[in-house]
Ligand binder design. Sequence first.
Ligand SMILES: Nc1ncnc2c1ncn2[C@@H]1O[C@H](COP(=O)(O)OP(=O)(O)OP(=O)(O)O)[C@@H](O)[C@H]1O
Ligand SMILES: [Mg+2]
Length: 363
Amino acid sequence: MYRTVADFTYDLEVWIGPAGDLLYISPSCSRVTGYEADDALRDPGFFERIIAADDFPRWRQAMDARGDIPSMDFRIRRLDGTEIWLAQETTRVFDPGGRFQGWRLSLRDVTDRVRTRMFLDQARLHLEERVRERTEELEVSRERYRALSGYLQDSIEKERGRISREIHDVLGQDLTALNMGLHRLERSFPTGDARQGQVAELRGLVAGTLETVRRISRELRPPMLDELGFAEAVAWLTRTFAQSSGLRIDLKAGPIPDLSAEQSTALYRVLQEAMTNAARHSGATRIDVRVQASGAALTLDVSDNGIGMPAGRPESSGSLGLMGMRERIRMVGGTLEITAPKAGGTTISARIPLAAEARPCAS
Ligand SMILES: Nc1ncnc2c1ncn2[C@@H]1O[C@H](COP(=O)(O)OP(=O)(O)OP(=O)(O)O)[C@@H](O)[C@H]1O
Ligand SMILES: [Mg+2]
């Protein structure tokens, strides 16, 4: 009865006796292997003949093992020379008395499945390789971008300093000389001469121009940043910004330790950009600036009472202000955070690490 069922199976059914002798091979043998079942049954080396040489030792080893035989895939060469993959399920057979009768092998053609799996494995490996390559490329270009951005920030700062000094020294001195010349000219005219008034007017113009030149020079690179330090520069910037913007600016600064030129420039430019953004975009009426050194870090917080940052990621919109702030702070080893306080508005917090000797004494 068992045999009758096996005669009609689609898969290849094989029975092997306890001594390893072939007892039965189903007629589907000819469909699967190309060999007639009767021929196969008469051939004691049938499996060795059809299983691919590379796979046979593995198959043999599994079959010779005592106990259960795990499922396995292997290749066979069909009579027509083509190679296909078979999946083998093996069951140990016992008679009702519990005596071992041999093995039942059920073999299925799984060529399509194996080829698809191999193709997918190959594709996955290829994809992983590509991802690894792209990640490396990305890392390299990110490093380059950082180096370039650091270099650019640095050269812009130096160039601003140079132009600022040039304007201050050369233009400033020339205008002062012009003013003095005009003063002498004014006095050379007899009292009551109408030309005296004209020269005085010119002197007023020169004095105004001199003031503008000094302002431009300071705005390009405030000399106090280099000469008097960060605290003075911040006090000056918040004061002049309040005057020019009409906003109320409240500065609260604790004792600030000595900072390197890079650190003070980075923080100064962040403050400048954060206040400019608040004035330009937020509709705020007030800006609070806090500078505080605590432990190993110095924090600069700039909060406005405006409308708050737009939803989404304003930094990806192509504008450079926020990106520049982040870069500057990153270059001095710090971090920049943008938060939305509960009360509304926006807070920009820059935090930079302090060198051990620059930390305020804990007292
Ligand atoms: N304090 C703020 N309050 C509300 N929105 C802000 C604030 N600061 C920035 N934004 C928003 O974030 C965007 C990006 O700011 P960012 O400084 O990067 O660029 P920008 O000021 O538009 O141009 P720029 O490159 O000249 O700085 C702004 O366009 C604005 O929409
Ligand atoms: Mg901006």
